[in-house]
Design a protein around this ligand. Structure first.
Ligand SMILES: [Zn+2]
Length: 693
């Protein structure tokens, strides 16, 4: 631990609290056009490798897709060497067992993370297929290691045999590795363990099918159409396809029809859902846990289901009246402005809430959109990073074959104090027909970790977003939500860039789920703060700043109806707990109805199968609530450290050195209290989450 805390901090070039006037790079120029137009690149699709090819992500082996096999072979050889080292008596006194395990994990992750990204995101079939093959081979290798009893015993024994050598950090990471083994049923007898492996395989398969099915449109035969919806035929062809839950239409029946159709019953999907839940129960019981939620939350801040339920219950009570008031506003708008005699329904909420915002604030997208081009927002982000963390984003020229598409930008993150490189961020920002998913996310390609030569492995990440590409005479313009997503994903990226951990197993975003979303949600506070927006919102063509009044209104609009949004998240979190905690004999929709009655102001809509569409319910597996815990912590850090002066570099330095650098190397609550100087209990988290509602 001393090793980490005694690391030298580079002196600041710019005086504390001073906003840097200029930047080293003109990101706005670069990001307001497609990168290929600026760079001389090889033509896509891929051509034969030449001597000037750098290989994907600069990895020489990946000048062609066949290089994946070589990468995997090399990693396997090194893993074998490390396993020999673990069992060798001779080396027993040289390195700690946990260090050897982390090296094994690093070898496997470096190939698996890369393959995971390529198999989902590379436009070339050969690359995708070879990455897929390598990914499954590495997964099998991990499975074999995770069920290798001798290896587990070796690591477990090291807690005693190496006791005098282990510090707090070694012990914590060692225990996290052991917990991974135990979650894979290592401590079970032979027959239970093979049962565990079989159920796990079935689960992987079921989850994949559930995910794919959840995105299929609902098909409705015109002959089966309820007569009251006959007039929807004006808008749809036969058979009617519905691929969204909400539609922005003045016709209430259309809104109702779309909502109910999208959430209609699907027996196959219902079968997958029930199997996933029951197989998870089996796994939990097999490993000796009371429920799947008990098993999933073992290393979380709220490490038991009663704590989670209590937190959600308390939040629900605090926001109850505010959400009643908010929904009442919407009901009144529906009655008076939309002249409807019907009560407010789920399908009304998005359209009515956005119309109220528009009316009350007299705010239209066209008033501000031109002031938030992608380039302008990137300048804004860089302004924050320069001032708060004293680091700079620098546009890099991509080498031939280094990226997977001509749309990609590459950024280097560098310290201002000495220009040293912290890591690389590849930005895959634009929508493409073949892009695997419309979900915005952050991929780790390579983690930081302290190597044997005392240097750090360079972090490399990909930010995967879905912005519309620039037009002929106009750059990409970001809606407020897109800008929030951009800032959010950069929060994750900086967590990876700043990581200075001894072990890759806990590097950057590899911390517990309830802590991993803290840096990303903290960044969102910046784009909702008028003081920050005023510093960078400028017209892409004229450079004219956006007027203060529009900025204030924009930020105000983000504060409206937040209680309704939070109420949805609380209900989802409670359902996620209910499905993974209770033994129930009712149908899933009956559970949804029961919980909606208790936790939501609007009634459940009969015969809607929302759980078959909302993949987070099974995706997070009893951890959906953790997003709210992260949000509460981010809110606490914002109010304690940044709210008064968001660009304060002293606060930024502390946040980086006391929290971000550690990733998951320490308990999250320990990091938070060392940063803000007080212990944060569960009731504090309720206050933080609900205080601005
Ligand atoms: Zn996130």
């Amino acid at each position: 631990m001393l090793r980490l805390l005694s690391r030298k901090v580079g002196s600041l070039v710019y005086p504390v609290n001073q906003v840097r006037p200029r930047f080293k790079s003109q990101l706005s120029v670069a990001f307001n056009q497609i990168p290929a137009t600026k760079m001389s690149r090889l033509k896509f699709p891929f051509v034969s490798p030449s001597s000037s090819s750098s290989g994907l992500f600069g990895k020489k082996d990946l000048c062609s897709y066949e290089g994946f096999y070589e990468l995997e072979k090399q990693a396997e050889l090194r893993v074998k060497g490390l396993i020999n080292e673990a069992f060798s008596q001779e080396s027993a006194n040289k390195r700690k067992m946990v260090e050897i395990f982390d090296d094994i994990s690093n070898e496997l992750c470096c190939v698996a993370d890369l393959a995971e990204f390529v198999r989902t995101s590379h436009p070339n079939d050969n690359y995708r297929q070879s990455a897929n093959l390598i990914f499954s081979q590495i997964s099998q290798m991990v499975e074999r290691l995770n069920t290798n009893l001798e290896l587990y015993v070796k690591l477990k024994d090291s807690l005693d045999t190496e006791k005098s050598k282990l510090d707090e950090c070694d012990t914590r990471v060692c225990k996290l590795f052991l917990a991974d083994f135990e979650q894979s049923g290592i401590h079970l007898d032979r027959s239970s363990r093979s049962k565990f492996v079989a159920i796990n395989d079935q689960l992987v398969n079921l989850l994949m099918k559930f995910q794919i099915n959840s995105q299929q449109p609902s098909l409705i035969n015109v002959n089966d159409l309820d007569p009251k919806y006959q007039h929807v035929l004006k808008y749809f062809r036969d058979p009617i396809q519905v691929d969204t839950m909400y539609i922005n239409s003045d016709d209430e029946l259309i809104r109702e029809f779309v909502y109910k159709s999208f959430l209609q019953e699907n027996k196959v999907q219902e079968g997958f859902f029930k199997s996933i839940i029951s197989k998870r129960k089996e796994i939990a019981k097999l490993c000796g846990f009371e429920s799947y939620s008990h098993r999933a939350n073992i290393n979380m801040i709220m490490d038991s289901p009663p704590k989670i339920v209590k937190f959600l219950d308390q939040c629900s009570k605090v926001i109850e009246q505010k959400s009643i008031d908010d929904y009442e506003k919407m009901s009144e708008f529906k009655r008076t402005k939309l002249n409807s005699s019907q009560p407010l329904h789920q399908w009304d909420v998005p359209i009515i809430s956005s119309r109220i915002k528009k009316t009350l604030l007299d705010l239209d997208r066209s008033q501000y959109l031109n002031y938030f081009s992608l380039g302008t927002c990137m300048e804004g982000l860089n302004l924050i990073l320069n001032n708060v963390f004293n680091v700079n984003l620098e546009m890099q020229k991509l080498k031939p074959d280094e990226s997977w598409h001509s749309d990609i930008y590459k950024l280097a993150v560098k310290e201002n104090s000495n220009n040293s490189l912290l890591g690389y961020i590849y930005c895959d920002f634009y929508q493409r027909a073949e892009k695997f998913s419309n979900v915005d996310c952050h991929f780790t390609i390579q983690c930081s970790k302290l190597r044997q030569d005392n240097t750090y492995q360079l972090p490399i990440v990909v930010l995967h977003l879905n912005f519309p590409p620039p037009g002929k005479d106009r750059p990409t313009l970001l809606s407020f939500e897109m800008m929030e997503n951009l800032f959010h994903e950069f929060g994750h990226a900086m967590h990876s860039m700043f990581a200075k951990t001894r072990y890759q197993h806990v590097s950057g975003t590899r911390c517990s789920t309830d802590f991993a979303e803290v840096p990303s949600q903290l960044m969102e506070f910046y784009c909702r703060d008028p003081r920050i927006l005023k510093k960078f919102a400028k017209h892409y063509a004229t450079n004219e700043p956006l007027d203060d009044r529009t900025i204030e209104k924009l930020c105000q609009s983000k504060k409206m109806f937040t209680s309704c949004e939070l109420q949805n998240q609380i209900l989802n979190s409670m359902l996620d707990q209910a499905f993974h905690l209770e033994d129930f004999s009712e149908r899933p929709v009956d559970i949804i109805e029961k919980y909606t009655q208790k936790y939501h102001h609007l009634p459940y809509v009969k015969d809607t199968y929302w759980h078959l569409r909302y993949t987070h319910l099974v995706g997070y597996g009893a951890k959906y609530y953790s997003y709210l815990v992260s949000k509460a912590i981010a809110s606490k850090i914002w109010s304690e450290c940044f709210e008064k002066d968001p660009l304060n570099s002293t606060a930024g330095e502390l946040y980086r050195k006391k929290l971000l650098e550690f990733g998951g190397e320490k308990q999250p609550m320990e990091l938070i209290s060392s940063l803000i100087g007080i212990d944060v209990g569960s009731s504090n988290l309720v206050d933080s989450l609900t205080k601005n509602i």
